[in-house]
Design a protein around this ligand. Structure first.
Ligand code: DGJ
Length: 729
């Protein structure tokens, strides 16, 4: 059993692969956090429970002299008692008071890991993979229970956490704040890492030292968003890729989130993660329960690579689901940057025919095939084919493309409605809005109110009808705006601040219904690129369009940042035309392919307009990717040289069986008379021999890791190359 309860000291010791997480119940019933870090044997850390500091200004808990919650490290601090730091939980009772005092009531330890009702979460395939601890706390005055859920994975340094609140009283209560996890550290000697950016430059790695007071990242957009990802890491000052401690915090949620770090008056760091309390509250009627989303906490003493590798494993294999979790993903071609809205079935079939000659496996018809949509001003919601463009209908088009040897995929933006649409005419109140206020449009669209069951039902019906009408093998599920004027016509006044969270619950319901009904379809999520690249969506759709920025050089940073948490099999990466449509940069087609081959590979350009040399290059690239995709999609990934630190960028993959290695290198700018570059590989067997396939030369694993691999002299800007090794006996 990986969770031990020591009765005498009332201590829970949660043991994951190489780490320990220790919690204690005090005599007062308060739950304190004692330790999270590298595995320890002892379960009794009572000496860490300290009394108040001399000369402190802290109030005494239960009026016990020299004893205050604020001097302790807590598991799930609530508001209104003697801990005046940032709380994880706050309720409002019918008398208007906002004080909660949660104390231990009972606990359960069992094998396996339960599902979270209505929410995505990591899972086990058999109960031996994880153990779970449920600690029930109770506020006796309010008669409310909080069930803290902890699961530890036996083969991974992962602790998952969430909280559920149950109202056992006969009165209503209002949840003002319900975070999923709280971890108090005994110091604050950390750097904070976050993944920040904007549309077309998502998830850039930002690292800064912790300072006194609060530092937080959050979303108030109704989606996880382009600006911040629902992830932070606390790393020691000397932590680098291959050494040092790293603590990852990732939220399995797609809506407004808060990741907050508070460095307190004693220089302890408190780290919190959960639904953003900003503009949120939830009315909990007598007998009702509220489930908070799951936080996935990862510990690594092997640097950032150790942390990322654990996230890749758990998110790749125990969050992503369905047929494509373990299946190689097809090489696709998408017509968006080739045609935008200007296409018909003939031009589409021409692109598909050429793509088939090049060995591409899937054609994706992007935006513009439905309603009266010739630009982005109309028709979202009208999910019936535009016969002016697709004369013989989707079924015929899909079959014709299938006959060329390609599978057929289709774009949708199911969550939206354009005021210029049939759907809006029928149901003008189905969008998120507040009566009497402007319905602010973004890209001429409004957001459907997915907090309403009838809206969800209609979305499911419309999407499923299309999917059942033609041989569709892939869906790109897009979402292109954030929420403004948040309100729902279906909710009473006291529940208006539930709208944004109810929307996400509705979205999960829709995604669950559609993906379960079509288990053979590969779903790729998208939100203006990576505006909702989060673990919540990954549970329903195993891959996400990483960014609308397809420029190879920009993608270096975006993909590096994304790889901090998300596995390469979850990233959609395409070769697009030059000059690039986002930054107007010209990069060689070889470099574009090297960069796109770091994830699920595809093309997004008009292949009918390419020169014969470019077509030959694409044929070779497609063949190469078919040979290496099992390594890229399912192997171990290592960041070797960061685009945030220099001109040279490199990364590598090692196949699951450890026999094949792919190393990719991009030199961003040419330098005259440049020094030689050699790159040290990682993760190899130091005693093994590796054959560099292109040169048929043999290197020791130790040489490649400790001496390094010489990079060729590349001429010109934006040059990239790839090396393949195989392990020889
Ligand atoms: C935003 C997506 O990220 C693009 O790839 C494309 O699908 C457009 N939407 C279509 O409107």
């Amino acid at each position: 059993m990986a969770i031990i309860y020591e009765q005498i000291s009332k201590t829970f010791h949660l043991k994951s692969k190489d780490s320990s997480y220790v919690i204690k119940v005090l005599d007062t019933g308060h739950l304190v956090h004692l330790y999270w870090g590298k595995s320890i044997n002892s379960s009794n850390l009572d000496y860490l429970v300290r009394l108040k500091n001399w000369g402190s200004f802290l109030a005494n808990t239960d009026n016990i002299d020299e004893f205050s919650l604020e001097a302790l490290h807590q598991e799930y601090p609530s508001y209104g008692n003697t801990d005046l730091r940032s709380p994880a939980f706050q309720l409002q009772l019918v008398d208007g008071s906002t004080i909660t005092d949660l104390r231990y009531d009972s606990h359960k330890i069992y094998k396996g890991k339960p599902k979270l009702e209505g929410l995505p979460a990591t899972y086990v395939e058999n109960d031996d993979e994880a153990d779970t601890l449920e600690i029930t706390l109770i506020d006796k005055v309010a008669n409310v229970r909080a069930v803290l859920l902890y699961s530890v994975f036996n083969e991974l340094d992962v602790v998952t956490r969430s909280a559920k609140i149950i109202n056992d009283s006969s009165e209503d209560v209002k949840i003002l704040r319900i975070l999923s996890s709280n971890v108090d550290y005994r110091d604050s000697e950390f750097d904070l890492i976050q993944l920040s950016g904007a549309w077309a430059r998502e998830r850039h790695v930002v690292r800064r030292g912790l300072t006194s007071g609060g530092q937080s990242i959050e979303s108030r957009r109704g989606a996880s968003g382009h600006a911040e990802n629902p992830f932070i890491a606390l790393v020691r000052k000397d932590t680098v890729e291959d050494k040092g401690e790293a603590y990852g915090f990732s939220l399995v949620y797609s809506g407004n989130f808060l990741a907050n770090v508070e460095v307190d008056l004693y220089s302890n760091a408190r780290v919190q993660l959960g639904i953003n309390p900003f503009d949120f509250n939830w009315l909990l009627k007598s007998g009702e329960a509220f489930q908070a989303p799951e936080a996935v906490l990862v510990y690594s003493d092997k640097g950032l690579t150790g942390m990322s590798s654990t996230y890749h494993k758990i998110y790749g294999k125990r969050l992503a689901r369905g047929k494509y979790r373990d299946a190689e993903r097809p090489i696709l071609i998408n017509n968006w940057e080739a045609t935008y809205f200007d296409f018909n079935d003939e031009s589409i079939e021409n692109i598909a025919r050429e793509a088939s000659d090049l060995g591409i496996e899937l054609f994706v018809l992007d935006d513009g095939w439905f309603g009266k949509r010739d630009d982005d001003t109309s028709s979202l919601g009208d999910w019936f084919v535009n016969r002016d463009k697709i004369k013989n209908g989707l079924d015929t088009l899909a079959k014709n493309i299938n006959d060329m040897g390609l599978k057929f995929g289709l774009w949708f933006e199911p969550e939206m409605v354009c005021p210029e649409s049939e759907l809006y005419k029928e149901h003008p109140d189905w969008c998120i809005h507040v009566n009497g206020r402007t319905r602010s449009e973004a890209r001429k669209q409004l957001i459907l109110d997915l907090s309403r069951q009838e809206v969800c039902d209609e979305v499911i019906k419309r999407i499923c009808d299309v999917l059942a009408s033609a041989p569709i093998s892939y869906v790109k599920w897009d979402m292109n705006r954030n929420m403004t004027e948040i309100g729902s016509l279906a909710l009473p006044a006291e529940r208006q601040r539930e709208t944004a969270h109810r929307y996400i619950l509705g979205l999960y319901k829709i995604m669950d219904a559609v993906t379960s009904r079509f288990p053979d379809i590969l779903f790729e999520s998208c939100s203006g690129g990576g505006g909702r690249f989060d673990p919540g969506i990954l549970y329903y759709m195993p891959q996400t369009w990483t960014s609308d920025d397809t420029d190879a050089i920009e993608r270096l940073k975006i993909q590096f940042g994304t790889s901090m948490v998300y596995p390469s099999a979850s990233m959609g990466c395409h070769v697009s035309a030059v000059p690039n449509h986002q930054v107007y940069r010209n990069t060689p087609i070889n470099t574009r392919a090297v960069v796109a081959m770091a994830g699920n590979y595809g093309y997004e350009l008009d292949v009918t307009k390419l020169s014969s040399e470019e077509k030959e290059a694409i044929k070779e690239q497609v063949n190469l990717y078919k040979e290496i995709r099992h390594i890229v999609q399912f192997g171990e990934y290592y960041r070797l040289k960061s685009p945030f630190e220099g001109n040279d960028v490199a990364w590598m993959f090692i196949s699951e069986d450890k026999k094949e290695v792919v190393v990719s290198y991009v030199r961003q700018y040419a330098k005259p008379n440049a020094p030689f570059t050699s790159i040290k590989l990682r993760g190899l067997d130091p005693n093994g021999k590796y054959r560099l396939i292109s040169e048929d030369s043999i290197f020791g694993g130790d040489e490649l890791m400790y001496v390094g691999l010489n990079m060729p002299e590349l001429r010109g800007d934006y040059q990239g190359t790839m090396f393949r090794f195989e392990k020889v006996d």
